[in-house]
Design a protein around this ligand. Structure first.
Ligand SMILES: *[C@@H]1O[C@H](CO)[C@@H](O)[C@H](O)[C@H]1NC(C)=O
Ligand SMILES: *[C@@H]1O[C@H](CO)[C@@H](O)[C@H](O)[C@H]1NC(C)=O
Ligand SMILES: *[C@@H]1O[C@H](CO)[C@@H](O)[C@H](O)[C@H]1NC(C)=O
Ligand SMILES: *[C@@H]1O[C@H](CO)[C@@H](O)[C@H](O)[C@H]1NC(C)=O
Length: 448
């Protein structure tokens, strides 16, 4: 999520709220300026275990990947990481932990590692945020493991700094150190994390920063999925993050990207992009992650569109035109579970939002059953003031269809600097929906 209309709202909120300069800096979908949502230039050690910085010179693809591999390998072998076998696994359509069913339920909170200060939120703020999340009955939270920048002046953590076509992963306290803190707080609260590695949208940089920096501005968005130099640069970033946490069971899963599509925020699709483009890319990148991290589950992080041209009265989310084929992607052996999102209002499915959502959930549960693999509704939301009624119906559909689990978009907390920026979907503990999440979490845990 994070759409232009929401960013307008976020921008207006950011103007009166000092702790969220990122929105004021890098705007979002229609932001005309450069990518400048970044942090201060102070470099200090990451709080858990900073490996040496990894620089990728993407003009020399093969040698770059090789040198990155050796750097990351040596960093991993010398780190004192607590090794645990308690990773979340899958069994048929379920998740398991230590052989027992693991109920996936909770929320998104993309902001956890990316706001607060140049080193992220304080431990007190993270404690508040995770207390709120735990209080809703959540077991799982999805957050962002990326922030592509070209300058370091935004006062918030940045993870991947670009200078021309060269990118450096920021392993310091101003970078992955912030994610380290989020992971430590999640662990202390018994919460598992799904961490997403880039964005289709331009928020926090995303795919178009890779293509613009390496190939020049104005490129087709889908060159992110097909250009070998861009793929190598993304793999270098992925390798650094994934190997840093390869033995960390607090991370439940890696996700390749938030909402990959053929088109980007400010960039269009090439004439040849179709569902095969992203299915091939997802297969390739997920296989790469599996080759360097045997512990964690992997998923795409997509919106779960169907490729059934002509079906459902030509409803666009079923036509395959956006580049996603949910059923085909469920067959990729190196992807452990399927993902889908649901925003009927902003997708123009307004005739009967509740009924449309019930059908969307049911259709994904059907594919889940035929693939015999978990599937989760990992983002959903409406901004209707009466959303509790609609959410209750959708939650009951999740339970009754056997869908593996769900994460609402999204958790909000009131921290030391004020409330987290509200994009119109946030659920603060005072919201009636917060109690609804709690009762739904109990129902899902009881269902097993
Ligand atoms: C990806 O970015 C493009 C540009 O906004 C946009 O058309 C598409 O809707 C974005 N994807 C998602 C998930 O919104
Ligand atoms: C996508 O296009 C390629 C040719 O560019 C074609 O081989 C492939 O079958 C197409 N995929 C789908 C799902 O239509
Ligand atoms: C991914 O693609 C690269 C080149 O584009 C290829 O060398 C590699 O073998 C592929 N890996 C997988 C696992 O498909
Ligand atoms: C909320 O939605 C339900 C179901 O659509 C409807 O019956 C009810 O009248 C709505 N309440 C308000 C206050 O709009």
């Amino acid at each position: 999520m994070i759409r232009s209309t929401l960013l307008v709202l976020a921008l207006s909120l950011a103007s009166v709220r000092a702790q969220s300069p990122v929105f004021g800096q890098c705007g979002g979908e229609n932001w005309p300026g450069p990518f400048t949502c970044v942090a201060g230039s102070v470099v200090s050690p990451g709080l858990l275990r900073p490996p040496p910085p990894v620089t990728s010179t993407v003009s020399s693809t093969t040698s770059t990947v090789k040198s990155t591999t050796s750097t990351v390998t040596s960093a991993t072998s010398t780190a004192s990481v607590p090794v645990s076998t308690a990773f979340v696994k899958t069994s048929g359509m379920k998740f398991t932990l230590n052989g027992a069913p693991y109920t996936l339920v909770g929320s998104n909170a993309y902001w956890l590692p990316l706001m607060g200060s140049s080193t992220g939120y304080s431990s007190a703020d993270l404690n508040t945020a995770f207390n709120d999340i735990v209080g809703s009955g959540a077991t799982t939270v999805r957050t962002w493991g990326f922030n592509e920048v070209t300058t370091t002046s935004g006062g918030v953590p940045y993870l991947h700094l670009w200078s021309g076509s060269t990118a450096t992963v920021n392993t310091a306290a101003t970078g992955l150190g912030s994610l380290d803190n989020v992971i430590a707080a999640a662990k202390a609260h018994g919460i598992r994390l799904i961490v997403t590695l880039t964005n289709n949208w331009s928020d926090y940089g995303g795919m178009d920063v890779y293509t613009a920096q390496i190939l020049g501005s104005g490129q087709f968005h889908d060159l992110f999925y097909t250009n070998p130099t861009v793929i190598a640069a993304f793999k270098t970033y992925v390798q650094t993050v994934v190997t840093r946490y390869a033995n960390e069971p607090t991370i439940m899963a890696w996700e390749l990207a938030n909402e990959p599509r053929c088109a980007g925020s400010n960039t269009v699709a090439s004439p040849t992009c179709n569902t095969t483009t992203i299915t091939t890319w997802a297969s390739n990148i997920s296989a790469f992650i599996k080759s360097i991290d045997k512990n964690h589950l992997v998923a795409i992080g997509d919106e779960g569109f169907f490729n059934e041209p002509g079906s459902h009265n030509f409803d666009f989310v079923y036509q395959g035109t956006l580049g996603i084929d949910f059923a085909a992607n469920m067959q990729i052996s190196t992807l452990d579970f399927g993902t889908f999102h649901m925003y009927p209002e902003s997708w123009g499915e307004n005739a009967d939002v509740e009924a449309w959502g019930v059908q969307w959930i049911t259709d994904h549960a059907t594919v889940m059953a035929s693939a015999n693999k978990p599937a989760i509704m990992e983002e959903f939301g409406i901004t209707d003031s009466n959303r509790s009624t609609t959410y209750a119906s959708w939650y009951s559909t999740v339970v009754s269809t056997g869908l593996t689990g769900d994460l609402i978009w999204q958790a909000g907390s009131t921290l030391s600097g004020g409330p987290t920026p509200n994009d119109g979907y946030m659920i603060f503990p005072t919201d009636p929906v917060y109690q609804l999440i709690k009762s739904h979490a109990a129902a899902l845990k009881a269902r097993g």
